[in-house]
Design a binder for this molecule. Sequence first.
Ligand code: NBP
Length: 471
Amino acid sequence: APSDFGLIGLAVMGQNLVLNVESRGFAVSVYNRTPAATEAFVAAHPGKRITGHASLTAFVQSLSRPRRVMLMVKAGAAVDAVIEQLIPLLEQDDIIIDGGNSLYTDTERRDAWLTPLGLRFIGAGVSGGEEGARKGPSIMPGGPASTWAAMRPVFEAIAAQVDGQPCVVHIGPGGAGHYVKMIHNGIEYGDMQLICEAYALLQAAGLSNARMAAVFDQWNQGELQSYLIQITARALEQVDAETGRHVVDLILDKAGQKGTGQWTQLNAAENAVVISTINAAVEARVLSSQKDQRVAASGQLQGPAGRLEVDAERLITQVHDALFASKIVSYAQGLDLMRTMGAKKGWGLDLGAIAGIWRGGCIIRAQFLRHITAAYQADPGLQNLMLAPYFQTVLNRSQAAWRQVVAQAVSAGIPVPAFGASLAYFDSLRSARLPANLLQAQRDFFGAHTYERIDKPAGQWFHTAWPEVIG
Ligand code: NBP
């Protein structure tokens, strides 16, 4: 009998997705460029409705029509290479789904390439890593509504479920799905950096790894409940079998990155949207990777010793509040970017529904996302998440502790770039007047750029005959 679903690319994500799809009652055909991987995978899973194919032609012919072929190959040139090979083998209305971390502009290009050929294309962000792929990821599919309808039964069956709802919705046309996955990853960078800054502060106050694990476990019972907080607690208590020391204390402080954070930065810059918390998080990884420079500078540039001589219990409460407030700012910025791009592209993004499908399966899964969904349900035109009633309340009640945390960190010489950027955004947004009046004076001074006045109607532009400056 023909298979219901086909998957190309049997690396870690592809293998786990196949097992997930098969476990939901679908027969799956698989293909991998290197046939040995196909053979090994099929042999490792006897008794399942999985058939391996050494040739792409046989793989395509094994599928029921319209064919549903999912690509789980390395993002970039590999996706184009596989599509090139598939085109002559596929027929009218067959569906190609790219489930990798493709750049959304590549997805738009592939959509424009395949649609005139009579093929249907979906660019789907798949989050949750290996475990998510196997047990239920959060899926962000982009493409035409009719193609979504054809894919919906499979996607809803394999996605994570929260409160009986599958963590998948049709995001929008074209590159919308991969775009939203990119923003998800940018937000993930922010969440991770904020947790690392909280760790740095607690450590500076003398808390042991075991004590910090207990603090994160406690936080995981409340508003901060999230997968990343949970794994942070487990990571902090992990002991190295060889040395008997905590693994975190042995890990080199050089962070890697694969690029989705930088893509988010570039997109925000292009759209003039402030994502200062995510920017701080990406830049913190960059500075961390420059270990040699930091070690050299640490012997030359002076500052306090980086220790906090404070009451630990009090600090724990303050850092909790600073972390939650900063996280809200980070999400507000990410959502602002999606709102801006969604409007520019005419994607019709439902920000509340997007936050809803992030509640399960993905790396940023967290309880608090339901408040984001509720905020957009109450006000679909919400300009800034921080102004929704629930978030306003949290920010207003947290701001005093947040300031104390940032002030103490600055005094002690402990870098908290993401906490600081978040607080500065909060203070900028709530400033009815910023020093940009002087900035406009400077621009008019050297470039005759003109300015508007507070005592004259908007839209009238003025220029001052500034004095001549010599030297
Ligand atoms: P990789 O990103 O490491 O890709 C390996 C797969 O791509 C193998 O099956 C390989 O075949 C195939 N491939 C390559 Br490389 N070049 C090819 C080509 N020219 N033609 C055909 N196949 C080619 O695998 P992954 O880590 O499972 O990730 C798959 C996708 O999912 C990526 O886009 C990734 O960014 C995304 N993603 C990964 C995670 C994660 O946690 N790993 C999470 C979320 C999303 P071969 O066996 O013949 O070399």
